[in-house]
Ligand binder design. Structure first.
Ligand code: ATP
Length: 323
């Protein structure tokens, strides 16, 4: 490869900048010309190419978000949009594409690669950790720590007032953030989409907590919990336990921001490097990930279709320890 383009797409995540920096600097090291496009696939369609060098990515390893900005590009979902994108790539003589994002971004990359034969590598950047082919996605560790710190603070005030707090964390389809932040903060209940939860079970948990003499309790709820919205669950609990002082806190987008953790910066640096090296080795239609501390390339198709299973042991451990 002689000329590559890099973009960040879909939901942003802390560490995308670190990944971008690694792509740009690795390309520079290997004398590959590197362009960045703004706002995900929109940048390809709008011919918004900027040449990038080592100095264009100075001081961004510490920054959350993405300096290239991200977008959800509806136009790229159309054949006409992708044609424009390809023609612009041709104009610039691009022969490789690095897409940093989540599963939607990868679906787009896969289609683009299959339609036009352009060499494509995906880098998993999403806080949800819901991508197969890597133990962790870039941004997940930072989001987890943000959630943990927020829940710790909520616990301080919950304990002062004998309150039950329902705390919603991000994760539309995956309970990784909920399970791990719940375990790390000693939540008495963790409600996640991967497990069949019931209100009866939740009530039994509260009854056990009462018997155990707990003054305050935290229940962590994943955004995609199937039992209902966090407000529905809190309302049902109030109906079952009218004496309880119940509060709801939705952590929301603070989980997507902030300076990336050390683990995310290191992961992003490795994967950004791995993306460029993969392109140099002729790899295409794959995603670069880290599994058991080894760099692995997984077909994008597999990365999108399959899912990392939640560790059932963690669920059991959290229940045992929350007595
Ligand atoms: P996150 O999961 O963190 O939100 P994501 O990458 O899954 O990130 P999406 O909005 O689902 O976010 O996808 C990002 C972009 O990828 C879309 O806006 C669109 O431009 C492109 N994309 C998604 N699906 C397709 C598809 N089937 N065909 C072409 N492009 C697609």
């Amino acid at each position: 490869v002689k000329k590559i383009v890099v973009l960040t797409s879909g939901g942003d995540s802390p560490g995308m900048n670190a990944a971008l920096r690694a792509v740009v600097r690795t390309a520079s090291h290997y004398k590959i010309e590197c362009y960045g496009v703004r706002e995900g696939y929109n940048g390809l369609i709008n011919n918004d190419f900027t040449k990038m060098g080592p100095r264009s990515v100075k001081n961004i390893i510490t920054e959350g978000g993405t300096i290239l900005k991200s977008a959800r590009s509806l136009e790229f979902k159309t054949a006409a949009g992708r044609k424009k994108a390809f023609e612009n790539c041709q104009k610039h003589g691009i022969d490789g594409l690095v897409c940093i994002g989540g599963d939607g971004t990868f679906k787009g990359a896969q289609i683009f690669c299959e339609e036009y034969g352009i060499q494509v590598i995906g880098v998993p950047g999403t806080i949800d950790n819901d991508i197969f082919g890597t133990d962790n996605t870039i941004g997940y560790d930072t989001a987890l720590n943000t959630a943990m710190e927020a829940i710790d603070k909520i616990r301080d005030t919950a304990t002062s007032h004998n309150r039950i707090f329902f705390v919603e964390v991000m994760g539309r389809d995956a309970g990784f953030i909920a399970l791990n932040s719940g375990l790390a903060t000693g939540a008495i209940g963790i409600l996640i989409p991967e497990k069949k939860d019931s209100i009866e079970e939740l009530f039994a948990t509260f009854e056990r907590a009462e018997v155990a003499g707990k003054a305050s309790s935290i229940v962590v709820v994943a955004e995609g919990e199937k039992l209902g919205s966090i407000y529905d669950i809190a309302k049902a609990t109030k109906a079952g336990f009218p004496d309880y002082d119940i509060r709801v806190a939705v952590l929301g987008h603070i989980q997507r921001g902030g300076s990336p953790s050390c683990a995310d910066r290191v992961l992003a640096s490795r994967l950004g490097y791995g993306a460029v090296v993969g392109l140099m080795q002729g790899k295409t239609n794959v995603m670069v990930g880290m599994q058991s501390n080894k760099m692995v390339y997984t077909p994008i198709d597999e990365a999108v279709q399959k899912h990392n299973d939640l560790d059932q042991d963690l669920l059991k451990i959290s229940e045992i320890l929350a007595i």
